[in-house]
Design a protein around this ligand. Structure first.
Ligand code: SF4
Length: 416
């Protein structure tokens, strides 16, 4: 399997792109995690991986989406992105996740990517704007991997994404990418309507046949203005996905990403461990894309390193999230999150201004945390890489103290 994967990477992608991935993302990415760990030892904080939503607009209307896609268009412009990336590079970062809305609707996307050839970008997209010409431009840049979302069969895709012919247009975008030998990924937000179609060997084999190099399984989280609780997975289904991911990594020549477990199969929350935080199109810094509350902005005059380092809100979020559960605090304890937001006077970072009411309306649910079933990695490489650069970084070692640093009396004690 290792050999088949290496052969695929060598023969199905552009060698220059492979080199960029290995150097900008592999070597420099590991270095940024090493620096992150050194910072933690000094009691300083700055995440090695930033996810930046550069635009709110999107051509689709997906069920359960929490982004204000229909609101007036807002972007992070080239100047602000250049400043953010340059300052993050000064701290040692080299990887940036570019999210939306739909990033390919951003008029300066290619300028952003082009002006930082020493970085690596993963662009989360529905793929529908990736024409052959755009794929050629991405190949020329070399420092980008498109991660294209597929949410189900033809009927399910149209239903979930609120438009006609969604799947065929997206598949065309994937084809344009692989035809141009890009390192192409496909991601899926797994829910009740697609688990039986896309968390399967047949689907993964089809992706391999198409030339897709990696896939990423998210789990649908019912929150935001129009949550769809009926689409949420049961704990058994979440375990099924974890088993499938571990097995696929060990047997099939395709990369599989999931962001909820360390190498030993213990659950974690990437925002609680501090490996990443999120920036929305208005420049507000949020704990993660679905926690739409903020106290800080990238448009602050301070260096981005100081903005993160001095944020009590983010620090308290990490502490509260880690001391409440190894899973997702938003799903498991929205009540605690609400108290944290109120305590800090964090602003609602949405256009609709209903984020707090949405949080209050949420029911406590299960998430990826299921200590009764921990499934360690079977693939040695994943296990080793995760041991070094995707683990909890000691976030869950602290004594349980879910109370943030400000007014501790007003907080509820976590009872997990
Ligand atoms: S809070 Fe939940 S959704 Fe956000 S990063 Fe953590 S596990 Fe993921």
């Amino acid at each position: 399997m290792y050999l088949r994967m290496a052969k695929r990477a060598l023969f199905e992608t552009d060698k220059r792109l492979l080199w960029k991935l290995m150097y900008n993302m592999g070597f420099k990415g590991l270095r940024s995690v090493y620096k992150f760990k050194q910072r933690l030892k000094r009691g300083e904080y700055f995440p090695p991986f930033l996810y930046v939503s550069i635009i709110n607009s999107c051509n689709l209307r997906c069920q359960g989406c929490w982004v204000d896609v229909a609101a007036k268009q807002q972007t992070i412009d080239l100047t602000a992105m250049n400043r953010l990336i340059t300052e993050a590079k000064e701290v040692g970062n080299s990887f940036f996740g570019i999210v939306g809305g739909e990033p390919f609707m951003h008029p300066e996307l290619f300028d952003i990517l082009e002006q930082h050839p020493d970085c690596y970008f993963q662009v989360f997209t529905n793929g529908q704007f990736i024409t052959d010409e755009k794929a050629k431009r991405l190949r020329k840049l070399g420092n980008v991997t498109p991660l294209i979302s597929v949410e189900g069969t033809e009927i399910v895709s149209d239903e979930r994404r609120g438009r006609k012919d969604v799947l065929s247009k997206t598949m065309q975008g994937i084809e344009n990418c692989v035809n141009n030998k890009l390192l192409t990924g496909v991601c899926t937000s797994v829910c009740q309507t697609n688990i039986d179609d896309l968390v399967t060997d047949a689907w993964v084999d089809r992706l391999i046949e198409m030339g897709v190099m990696y896939t990423w399984y998210h789990v649908y989280r019912p929150m935001g203005p129009d949550p769809e609780p009926d689409m949420a997975l049961t704990p058994e289904q979440q375990t099924r996905i974890r088993k499938f991911v571990v097995e696929t990594r060990a047997t099939k020549p395709i990369g599989v990403i999931d962001a909820y477990y360390d190498g030993e199969g213990r659950a974690l929350c990437p925002a609680a461990t501090g490996i990443s935080h999120h920036i929305n199109p208005w420049g507000d810094i949020e704990p993660c894309p679905i926690v739409q509350f903020s106290k800080e902005s990238i448009h602050d005059e301070r260096h981005i390193r100081d903005v993160f380092r001095e944020s009590d809100f983010l620090q308290d979020f990490r502490q509260l999230a880690a001391s409440s559960t190894r899973g997702c605090i938003v799903l498991e304890r929205p009540d605690l999150l609400e108290e944290l937001v109120v305590l800090h006077g964090a602003k609602d970072a949405t256009v609709r201004q209903t984020a707090l009411a949405e949080l209050q309306a949420m029911e406590n649910r299960t998430s990826q945390y299921n200590p009764a079933v921990e499934i360690p990695e079977k693939n040695l490489i994943y296990r080793l890489v995760k041991r070094f650069c995707f683990n909890d970084f000691g976030a869950y070692d602290a004594p349980v103290n879910p109370l943030p640093s400000a007014n501790k009396e007003s907080m509820v004690t976590a009872d997990h």
